[in-house]
Ligand binder design. Structure first.
Ligand SMILES: Cc1ncc(COP(=O)(O)O)c(C=O)c1O
Length: 398
């Protein structure tokens, strides 16, 4: 049974559940949901005034854009809103001017949906996708750069990498990859789905061409919302995944880039509008604000990694600079049983028998399985102790 702590009371999570999967869809604090509901009430009381871009919507979006741009170290004019990171990745890939023979490099730690988007865009443009094989477990961030470097050639146009990888929970060395790419004249698209709220960001100095992220993961904003940052050099080229009015009706005083992304047909802007409340909430707990919040989560993750390592008898090699607040370990082989069968059903058994929610993924190496836990402020180490005990039972570890 989940133990209580003060933080948990701010979320609506089931107190009986050990929820160790903030990484998939996030979880929204009650105060943020209340602010979102207040926006919904305003919208429904006067829909045209609220939703027509030229009346209240554009100024409201611009306010949020300013708050977000400050947080991620960007200029307002470079930040567009998207539904989610999948949407942002698709917008970049499907706008990219690929020609026959071009190549895109991704990694074997990439998110399946985004790799699919790369394959789709590549096929349409006569390009191909190459996969850089980054080892896991990993010992050095340089292994990421080397694996990518190995796949580059004079046909490579774009590198797509995760900032924090989904199955393996690693903080990838994005700035080093950007430096490598720049020296070869290759553009870099970062899938930063987990970035904001987990690691500090300064997009002006990161050296990448495109960065997309979710607000609904580590910033704890309502589902569904995210952003796409595009370097000014490429903004005329990048079109949203939905083409709407602004394609032939420019908005006075706004770039075509922002005008097109601001209105992609009727939508619910309230998740975006509630984002400043989420940022304010996360920033209000510690004197060091959101930076300290992220550091506290990361420290919890490091402690959790230690517990998993000692409890399951696995060596952890992840260098500290690659640890954020997602922690992944390779699952040890069960005693007296077939690993595939035990591991494939482990996630549902953890939920059904122990009320623990955390994902199990196939590993990046064949016949290996990974367990990932997310450490958000509402989590505590008691939950990790219970997870370790459950895993020891299920894997028959003596
Ligand atoms: C690295 C990464 N990229 C993209 C996504 C997709 O996020 P969304 O479904 O919100 O677009 C996820 C979701 O977990 C992710 O982990």
């Amino acid at each position: 049974m989940a133990s209580g702590n003060d933080m948990k009371s701010h979320w609506q999570l089931d107190p009986q559940l050990d929820f160790l999967n903030h990484g998939s869809f996030g979880a929204v604090p009650t105060v943020v949901l209340q602010v979102q509901q207040a926006f919904r009430d305003q919208l429904e009381s006067d829909p045209i005034r609220f939703l027509a871009p030229e009346r209240e919507l554009e100024p409201k979006l611009d306010h949020v854009r300013g708050v977000l741009a400050d947080l991620v170290g960007a200029d307002d004019r470079d930040v567009a809103f998207v539904l989610n990171a999948t949407d942002g990745v698709n917008a970049v890939l499907r706008s990219f001017p690929f020609v026959d023979g071009d190549e895109i490099v991704v990694t074997n730690h990439g998110y399946n949906a985004c790799i699919n988007a790369a394959e789709f865009a590549a096929q349409r443009g006569g390009a191909t996708v190459r996969v850089a094989n980054v080892p896991f477990p990993i010992r050095d961030p340089g292994q990421v750069v080397d694996a990518i470097d190995h796949q580059l050639n004079d046909r490579t146009r774009l590198i797509m990498i995760d900032h924090i990888t989904s199955p393996t929970g690693l903080v990838f060395p994005v700035a080093a990859v950007a430096e490598l790419a720049k020296s070869r004249g290759i553009r870099v698209l970062v899938d930063g789905a987990h970035g904001p709220g987990m690691v500090p960001l300064d997009l002006r100095s990161l050296g990448v061409d495109y960065y997309t992220a979710n607000h609904h993961k580590w910033l704890c904003a309502p589902k569904v919302s995210g952003f796409l940052w595009v370097h000014p050099q490429w903004q005329r080229e990048v079109r949203p995944t939905i083409i709407s009015h602004a394609a032939n009706r420019p908005r006075p005083g706004r770039s075509q880039f922002l005008a097109e992304f601001d209105w992609k047909g009727t939508f619910d802007p309230t998740p975006i509008l509630a984002l400043p409340k989420a940022i304010e909430f996360l920033s209000s707990f510690y004197p060091g604000g959101l930076d300290q919040w992220m550091q506290v989560n990361r420290n919890l993750a490091i402690d959790a990694l230690g517990l998993l390592s000692s409890g399951l008898g696995i060596e952890v090699t992840t260098p500290p600079e690659m640890i954020g607040s997602l922690v992944t370990v390779p699952l040890p082989k069960p005693e007296n049983a077939n690993a595939g069968e035990v591991h494939e059903t482990l996630q549902s058994r953890l939920r059904q028998r122990y009320n623990i929610e955390c994902p199990v993924f196939p590993g990046v190496q064949p016949n290996t399985y990974l367990l990932r836990i997310a450490l958000q402020a509402y989590n505590d180490l008691d939950q990790v102790h219970r997870l370790v005990a459950a895993l020891r039972d299920e894997l028959g570890l003596s």
